[in-house]
Write a protein that binds this ligand. Structure first.
Ligand SMILES: [Zn+2]
Length: 192
């Protein structure tokens, strides 16, 4: 019977990965995912390592280190504990999850309840972001939350690449001298 259980788990995984295997391309960025209103929405940019909303936690989403949640309707956030738990199961690094600040405390509670029930760690890094605020995913990539309009508080996210350029006065300096300068002294950032 146990084999049967495993088979059906594998079948579910396969079904989930089939659902997300259609690849679109937006300006050179492959996009995977699915969006069925009221059921499940999860959009994945594998080359940026980000998922937007988690839906029911499709298989492909588990591999993304960053997750941005737009709002708390179940078809967008329902798979959140599963996403964190599955990454823990596979010993992947704890994900960074960005949520609207107004739901952050409730999301913390949600994880606390699951920890109480199954004594798991559910390690993750939870970030509350307000409209207009930014968060650096890495030093050359950031997200900024923007207002969207829905029946409950919601927000979208813009991803920016951040380019670092040498200040004019440091152009031509040998590499080791540049290295010795404090990062903040010799670079400025701009986003595209
Ligand atoms: Zn909704």
């Amino acid at each position: 019977m146990e084999t049967g259980t495993e088979d059906s788990e594998q079948a579910k995984d396969k079904e989930s990965s089939n659902k997300t295997k259609c690849v679109m391309n937006i300006q050179g960025y492959p996009v995977k995912g699915l969006s069925i209103a009221g059921h499940e929405t999860c959009i994945i940019f594998p080359s940026l390592n980000i998922a937007f909303d988690i839906g029911r936690c499709p298989h492909q989403a588990i591999q993304q280190d960053f997750l941005c949640i737009s709002h708390a309707h179940m078809d967008h956030i329902g798979g959140l504990p599963m996403y964190v738990a599955t990454r823990g199961l596979y010993r992947m690094k704890p994900p960074t999850i960005i949520v609207p600040t107004c739901i952050k405390a409730d999301v913390e509670q949600l994880f606390e309840v699951h920890r109480r029930m199954d004594q798991s760690e559910l390690k993750h890094n939870l970030i509350g972001l307000d409209v207009g605020e930014e968060f650096y995913l890495r030093k050359d990539l950031k997200v900024r939350a923007f207002q969207t309009y829905h029946v409950i508080p919601s927000q979208g996210y813009v991803v920016y690449s951040v380019k670092q350029k040498l200040k004019q006065e440091y152009i031509g300096l040998p590499g080791n001298e540049i290295k010795n300068l404090k990062l903040s002294d010799y670079i400025h950032c701009h986003s595209t």
